[in-house]
Design a protein around this ligand. Structure first.
Ligand code: SAM
Length: 407
C-alpha cells in the first residue's frame, strides 16, 4: 500500500472532505477525533521528563496537545510516512499564533513505522492513533517489533484504532466513511491485536478502554502494551501471561518490583471481572457480605485513596490519618452507593486507577519507600513500602480471593 502517497495527494486536495480531515488532525480537531487522549497525561501520569514518541503522527496535533498538557521538557518525536502531513505540521508550529513556550516543537521525522530510523531503548512512552488499519499483518508485526525496540525497559505503548463491529453491514458502512480519502487494509478487534502484540514480543498487554471519541461515530479499540523492566521476563502460567524476575539477573529496583507485583494482581482482578457472568456479578461474597460487583468496585474505590497516601508518604507531605470507624463508615456508604455498579464502570476504574497506582509506586526511591508516618489511628506508624504491600497489593489480593470463592 502506498498510504503515505495517498495521504500526500489527499491533503493537497481542495474538496470539503479533505478540508474536514485536515481540520480533524489539527490541534483543535483533536478534541473531536482523539477526545480520550486529552486525559492521558493525568491517567498515565506522564512526567515532564519523559521522552515521548507518536507513531503515525499526521499533522502532530496530538503530540502538541500532550507536550503542552504534560509540560514535556524535551519535545516529543513524531514519525509519519507522509511528507504532506509533516509539512502541514511544521507550518502549524511556525505560525505566529503557536505558543512560544517551547513545549510544542514536535520533532517531526519522515519515516516508516515498520522500520523506524531511531535508536534502541529511547522512549518512556510511545503511542499511535488510527494508524494500524493501514498495515497488513506482516507490516503490523514489524511496526510492533520496531516500537518495542525503541521503548525503554519498563515503558508503555498505547495504541488505538477504529474497531470492527458485529454487523457486516455496519462494517461496510464504516469502511466507506473511513475510506473517503485513503484506502486501508483492515480493522482488527482487541483479541487479534493482543495476540499480535504478544507475538511481537510485548511482555504484557491490556485493553486500555479509552473513551470517549466524539467523531467519527465509529467504535475504537485501544490497548496498552508493556515492555518488561530490566531483569524481568514474561512467562505463561495457567494460560495467563505473568511477569517474573529472571534468575541470575539483578532484579529491578524495589519500587519497580512492587509495581510489577501490584500490576500482576490488578491484571488478575481485571481478568476475573471480565470473565464474570451477570449472575456471578450479582453473587454475594461471604467474607464481605457484598455482591461481587460491589467488592470489585471497592478495590477500585481504594486505588486513588491509597495512591494519594503513598504519594504523601513518599514526598513527606501531611498524611491523612484514618480511624477504623471512619473506614467502616465509608465502606458502608460505598456499598449502598454502588449497589448496582456495572462491570464496564468497574473495569475502567481498575485499568485507569491501577495504572495510576502502579506509576505512583514506580516513582518512589528506596528512601521514600522507607518513610514512615501515622496512617491509622491506634496502629503503629507505617512505611510507604508497608502501605503498598498491605493496603494496595494485600487488599486487592484478599478481595480477589473472596470474589473467586464466590463465583
Ligand atoms: C488517520 S492518520 C492518524 C493521524 C493521528 N495519529 C491521529 O490519530 O489523528 C494516519 C497517519 O498514519 C500515517 N501512516 C500510514 N502508514 C504509515 C507508515 N507505514 N509509517 C508511518 N506513518 C504511516 C499516515 O501518513 C497518516 O498521517
Amino acid at each position: 500500500m502506498n498510504t503515505h502517497k495517498d495521504y500526500d495527494a489527499w491533503m493537497a486536495e481542495t474538496g470539503p472532505v479533505a478540508a474536514a480531515m485536515r481540520f480533524a488532525m489539527s490541534v483543535p480537531g483533536q478534541i473531536l477525533v482523539n477526545t480520550a487522549a486529552f486525559r492521558l497525561p493525568e491517567e498515565l501520569r506522564i512526567e515532564s521528563t519523559w521522552s515521548v514518541l507518536d507513531v503515525g503522527c499526521g499533522r502532530a496535533g496530538l503530540a502538541r496537545v500532550l507536550a503542552h498538557r504534560a509540560s514535556l521538557e524535551q519535545p516529543p518525536v513524531g514519525v509519519d510516512a507522509s511528507r504532506g502531513m509533516l509539512l502541514m505540521g511544521s507550518r502549524d508550529q511556525a505560525r505566529p499564533s503557536a505558543p512560544a513556550d517551547g513545549t510544542n516543537n514536535v520533532r517531526l521525522v519522515q519515516g516508516d513505522a515498520t522500520a523506524l530510523s531511531l535508536g534502541d531503548n529511547l522512549f518512556n512512552f510511545v503511542y499511535s492513533g488510527h494508524t494500524f488499519k493501514y498495515f497488513n499483518d506482516e507490516q503490523l508485526w514489524h511496526c510492533l517489533v520496531e516500537v518495542r525496540r525503541v521503548m525503554k525497559p519498563g515503558s508503555l505503548f498505547l495504541a488505538w484504532e477504529f474497531a470492527p463491529t458485529t454487523s457486516p453491514l455496519l462494517d461496510r458502512w464504516n469502511r466507506f466513511v473511513l475510506e473517503a480519502g485513503v484506502p486501508f487494509e483492515r480493522l482488527r478487534g482487541y483479541r487479534e491485536l493482543r495476540r499480535m502484540a504478544y507475538d511481537a514480543g510485548f511482555d504484557w498487554v491490556q485493553s486500555a478502554n479509552l473513551r470517549p471519541f466524539l467523531l467519527p461515530p465509529i467504535p475504537r479499540v485501544s490497548l496498552i502494551m508493556g515492555k518488561a523492566p530490566e531483569g524481568w521476563r514474561s512467562t505463561i502460567v495457567e494460560g495467563r501471561r505473568v511477569m517474573e524476575p529472571m534468575e541470575g539477573l539483578t532484579v529491578a529496583g524495589r519500587a519497580e518490583t512492587l509495581a510489577a507485583k501490584f500490576m500482576a494482581v490488578n491484571d488478575d482482578v481485571i481478568a476475573t471481572v471480565e470473565a464474570a457472568s451477570d449472575e456471578q456479578w450479582r453473587a454475594t461474597c461471604a467474607d464481605e457480605g457484598w455482591t461481587v460487583g460491589v467488592v470489585a468496585h471497592h478495590i477500585v474505590e481504594g486505588y486513588p485513596l491509597i495512591t494519594g497516601l503513598i504519594q504523601a508518604l513518599g514526598s513527606g507531605a501531611d498524611v491523612p490519618s484514618w480511624t477504623l470507624d471512619k473506614i467502616d463508615q465509608s465502606n458502608k456508604e460505598h456499598a449502598t452507593k454502588f449497589a448496582s455498579v456495572t462491570k464496564a464502570e468497574t473495569l475502567k476504574g481498575l485499568r485507569s486507577g491501577g495504572m495510576a497506582a502502579a506509576n505512583a509506586v514506580r516513582r518512589l526511591t528506596d528512601d521514600q519507600l522507607d518513610r514512615r508516618a501515622d496512617v491509622l489511628a491506634g496502629a503503629p506508624a507505617m512505611t510507604a513500602n508497608e502501605v503498598i504491600e498491605n493496603s494496595l497489593i494485600g487488599s486487592a489480593t484478599g478481595h480477589l480471593a473472596s470474589i473467586k470463592k464466590s463465583i
